[in-house]
Design a protein around this ligand. Structure first.
Ligand SMILES: [Zn+2]
Ligand SMILES: [Zn+2]
Ligand SMILES: [Zn+2]
Ligand SMILES: [Zn+2]
Ligand SMILES: [Zn+2]
Ligand SMILES: [Zn+2]
Length: 210
C-alpha cells in the first residue's frame, strides 16, 4: 500500500509508519493493539489504523440488514451497541443511519450459514431471535434481541459462541444411547455440572425477581 493515505474518516493525510514490538499503539478503528508491522498514522491527532483496518470499505451491504447499505464511522465517546453480538464498542461501527442499525466491522465477517457438530443434520442460518423462539438450545439462555444460528425445521437455535461448544450433552438426541462419552465417568460429570449450572441460573433469576 502507498506510504500516504487519505482516509474517509480523517481530515488529515495518514502516513505509513513502522510499529515495533515494544510500541503501545491502538487502532482507532477496531480498538485493539497494533502489533509489529506497518500502520497508518496521523501524528498531530495521535490517530492510528491497522493496515487492514485502513482498507475496510466506507460502504458495505450486509446480509443481516439487507434493506440498506451500512457506512463506516466512529462510534463517538459514548460508544454503540452492536446489533449482532450485542456488545458495546467505542471504535468504528458500520451503521445504517435510517434504522440506527450498528455492527462491529469484525462482526460483518460473521457467516450467514454454518454447519456444526451439535446439529450435523442440517445447516444453520443466522436469524434474529423472535418472540416465539429465543432460547439457545445449547446453553438454554433466553434473550429477545439476539441473533441465533437456527435450523427452523428442527427448532434448533444456537448462539454464535455456543456453535462449537460448550462441551455439554449433544443437542441431537439421536446419538445419546450409543455415545461412548455418555457411559464414561467424565461424560456423566460434565453432564451433571451442566445441569447444576442451569438449575443455579434459574434459581438466580428467580431470586432477582423477588
Ligand atoms: Zn484495527
Ligand atoms: Zn489528524
Ligand atoms: Zn459485534
Ligand atoms: Zn436500514
Ligand atoms: Zn448459547
Ligand atoms: Zn435441523
Amino acid at each position: 500500500m502507498a506510504s500516504r493515505l487519505s482516509h474517509f474518516s480523517h481530515d488529515h493525510e495518514l502516513v505509513k509508519t513502522q510499529t515495533f514490538a515494544n510500541d503501545q499503539f491502538y487502532c482507532d478503528l477496531c480498538n485493539t493493539q497494533i502489533k509489529e508491522g506497518p500502520r497508518y498514522r496521523c501524528h498531530a491527532c495521535n490517530f492510528d489504523l491497522h493496515e487492514d483496518c485502513a482498507k475496510l470499505p466506507e460502504k458495505i451491504s450486509f446480509f443481516a440488514h439487507p434493506w440498506h447499505n451500512l457506512h463506516l464511522g466512529p462510534a463517538g465517546k459514548t460508544g454503540r451497541v452492536c446489533d449482532l453480538c450485542m456488545e458495546v464498542g467505542t471504535g468504528f461501527f458500520y451503521r445504517c443511519f435510517s434504522c440506527s442499525f450498528d455492527v462491529h466491522p469484525h462482526c460483518t465477517t460473521t457467516k450467514q450459514m454454518v454447519s456444526t457438530g451439535l446439529h450435523p443434520e442440517h445447516s444453520l442460518f443466522l436469524s434474529p431471535a423472535g418472540a416465539i423462539w429465543n432460547s439457545c438450545t445449547a446453553c438454554k439462555e433466553t434473550g429477545e434481541s439476539i441473533w441465533l444460528y437456527r435450523c427452523g425445521m428442527c427448532n434448533v437455535n444456537l448462539h454464535m459462541k455456543c456453535l462449537h461448544g460448550p462441551i455439554k450433552t449433544k443437542v441431537s438426541k439421536a446419538n445419546n444411547s450409543s455415545s461412548r462419552e455418555g457411559s464414561s465417568t467424565v461424560g456423566r460429570f460434565v453432564r451433571q455440572v451442566a445441569v447444576d449450572t442451569t438449575v443455579q441460573t434459574i434459581v438466580n433469576s428467580l431470586t432477582d425477581l423477588l
